[in-house]
Design a protein around this ligand. Sequence first.
Ligand code: ARG
Length: 276
Amino acid sequence: MRPPIVRTLAQALVLGAAAAVLPLASPAPAAADSVVIGGRPVRVADSPWTVALASRDRFGGTRSGQFCGGVVIARSTVLTAAHCMREEVLGVPLGRVRDLKVISGRDDLATNTGNEISVRRVRINPEYDAYTNAGDFAVLTLSEALPEAYTIRTAGAGDAAYEPGTGAAVYGWGDTTGGGDYARTLHAADVTVLADKVCEEAYPGSADGTYTSASMVCAGELKGGRDACQGDSGGPLVAQGRLIGLVSWGDGCGQAGSPGVYTRISDVVRVMSRYA
Ligand code: ARG
């Protein structure tokens, strides 16, 4: 089993909340090993496929209950990370989260703009391995359809967008400094698709996970600086206008030698067609 390290915004919040009642939980200092992720504020209207996953019951209302990201790939279908649906993140089993919402069109989580749509069904990748982090995705079915213009095309196997050196952007409302500074508005960071070898060497296997090129994509900057961070999980990595990854994991945020690891979308497409 993976040791209980604080890995996500959600977990930090849950552990923080639990600590108030149960003195045995002492949350680790928020990502003490992290540095800035070097993003910039962007408008959700320019990337309408970027959505927030939220539960006010679990995470409180100040930031609309946001705890992970997601991506609209069809009018009623949103992809997120499988680990976002775990009890470790939610604090209770998924079935006990009554107000799971997808929030679209909301730049600033402190406002009520855009739409909050309830989630009708959650399917976790049957091939997801919580120990290595392989296959880290879940498929959410919305109770109402979003406009077609909100959807983004997925990049299948062999798509040129996966080639190392390709410019990509990652989007989210997560930690912008590595110090627990969760964004109120949507941010994006420009990163580069890196060769599998870079992540295979960085992550040969540890409690954090094991880089597996069949189901993961490596992206970031060799010298560090720009990266996704806690709270961004499940959100999009986009290259050449197509979705190539979902924020999944990494060691710290933006550190040289520890790039971001993303769920490989071509593998999501493969699994979805197999279980459809
Ligand atoms: N697991 C984190 C989350 O749930 C995402 C971490 C991504 N880390 C990175 N260095 N790219 O929000």
